[in-house]
Design a protein around this ligand. Structure first.
Ligand code: CU
Length: 127
């Protein structure tokens, strides 16, 4: 039983290490400029505002958003379509970077906000 516990502990450790290396790979991706038309974008939040407020993504394909919250205040990104229906809600984070996996958007204009501070707004155009 003790041996089993140790084995499970090692497996858990391995899983954590694997998760960490995956996270650092994602962070390295944020240093690259957004690739035009491929759908991957970076959005920075600082001083209770989005530093990027106009984002263009490719319609019909999942979008990866690298979100860099440089504030100690909690922020996230929630995306609504033109009718106001929420199509994506990202986890709320403070002083950290996360990568959001947004499901494919059909062509159109979307609004994104921080749900904690709804005055933080931007526009996403899927085309
Ligand atoms: Cu916020």
């Amino acid at each position: 039983m003790k041996r089993l516990t140790l084995t499970l502990g090692l497996l858990a450790l391995a899983a954590v290490l694997a998760a960490c290396s995956g996270a650092s790979a994602a962070l390295e991706g944020t240093t690259q400029p957004p690739a035009g038309g491929t759908g991957d974008v970076s959005i920075v939040a600082k001083d209770i505002a989005f530093k990027t407020t106009d984002v263009a993504v490719k319609a019909g394909a999942p979008v990866t958003i690298d979100f860099d919250n440089q504030d100690g205040a909690p922020h996230n990104i929630a995306i609504s379509d033109a009718s106001g229906a929420k199509v994506f809600k990202g986890d709320i984070v403070s002083s950290s970077k996360v990568t959001y996996q947004v499901p494919a958007l059909s062509a159109g204009t979307y609004t994104f906000i921080c749900e904690v501070h709804p005055v933080m707004k931007g526009t996403i155009t899927a085309q």
